[in-house]
Unconditional design. Structure first.
Length: 347
């Protein structure tokens, strides 16, 4: 190997899906595939998830949701929670995408596009439970529910879900958010909507707090074996990191070793002087991160061409590295350049 490589074990991914589904049952699992499935490769991840029986996929925007639809096939449900402009709404409706709706103006746009195309949009109304990450304010909820009900009677939309995000800052704040969410669900049901799904929890809350699971949970990180920063270890969760970033040794000196991965491959330069890699060679301190190469502390018998594990299940995890610079494991993964080859096991 003469360049860095991200190796992805789809069998480990499938095993993680089994663990997550068992843990959150009877709620269904929506597999989150934003950011090219957290850098793992959306198409390969979705194809394996479909084989494993996953029926819901969550994408950040319409562009990724259309990719998800092509990979998942016509039977899966694909949910997009960010849509910008009527052209994207039309693209989503023509591909049978469920749309997250977090404000009244966007609801109007969805209804207008659906009416013009003579299609019925599947809509999940989002209540703002305090995170302020897009969502209908509680004081505006009755008005938006009434408007949505009128659009549903006209055949333009069908409200199939109510959803929100949690801040996960504290149990007390999350309990308050859950109260707001429950009130919103009751109001939607009292208005006459036949809700199929209610979804509030992502990875951490779906594991730790059963009362937050409702009908559907949106889990990304844990399915890829990425633990929360400061949270339980992967082994305690029962999952295993799916991705391993390998880089070849390119130069050996008495005082340092260079490996062929750097900032332009996506390795955060802030890891220098903070992170310690822990591959089979032992603990290796990161000394400097250049554009294409990283300098690390030497080890006995280091040889040019030898592969070094930057992160992975048998070394430091992505979250281990992230914690040294005050971020999360997902960021370490999604920063890996798409120019770094992905090599799959278990396809």
């Amino acid at each position: 190997m003469n360049e860095p490589e991200l190796r992805i074990d789809l069998d480990d991914f499938a095993a993680n899906l089994t663990v997550v589904r068992a843990h959150v049952a009877p709620a269904q699992l929506m597999l989150i595939v934003k950011d090219d499935a957290y850098g793992h490769g959306l198409e390969q991840i979705i194809r394996r998830a479909v084989v494993e029986g996953i029926g819901w996929f969550g994408a950040f925007d319409v562009r990724e949701s259309l990719r998800a639809r092509r990979a998942a096939g016509p039977r899966a449900r694909v949910f997009s929670w960010l849509t910008v402009g009527r052209d994207q709404i039309a693209d989503a409706l023509s591909s049978d995408i469920d749309l997250g709706v977090g404000d009244a103006e966007f609801l109007d746009d969805v209804a207008a596009v659906a009416g013009a195309s003579e299609e019925t949009a599947r809509v999940h109304l989002k209540i703002d439970t305090g995170l302020h990450r897009n969502g209908i304010r509680p004081e505006d909820w009755p008005m938006v529910v009434d408007r949505a009900r009128a659009f549903e009677r006209a055949g333009r939309i069908r409200v199939v879900g109510v959803w929100s995000h949690l801040a996960e800052a504290s149990d007390q704040e999350d309990d308050a958010a859950r109260g707001i969410f429950d009130e919103a669900v009751r109001a939607a049901e009292d208005a006459g909507f036949a809700l199929e799904v209610r979804h509030l929890a992502a990875s951490a809350a779906s594991f730790a707090r059963p009362q937050f699971r409702y009908d559907l949970v949106r889990v990304g990180a844990f399915c890829y074996g990425v633990r929360s920063a400061g949270g339980p270890a992967e082994a305690d969760l029962g999952v295993r990191p799916v991705a391993t970033l390998l880089a070849p040794v390119t130069h050996v000196a008495d005082h340092a070793v260079s490996i062929g991965v750097g900032a332009l491959h996506g390795l955060p330069s802030s890891l220098a002087r903070h992170a310690v890699l822990a591959p089979a060679q032992g603990r290796i301190a990161v000394e400097d991160i250049g554009p294409f190469h990283t300098t690390v502390s030497p080890w006995p018998h280091a040889a040019v061409g030898e592969d070094v594990t930057v992160f992975g299940p048998d070394a430091a995890s992505a979250t281990d590295l992230a914690e040294t610079i005050g971020t999360v494991g997902e960021e370490i993964l999604v920063r890996v350049s798409p120019l770094v080859p992905r090599v799959y096991r278990g396809e």
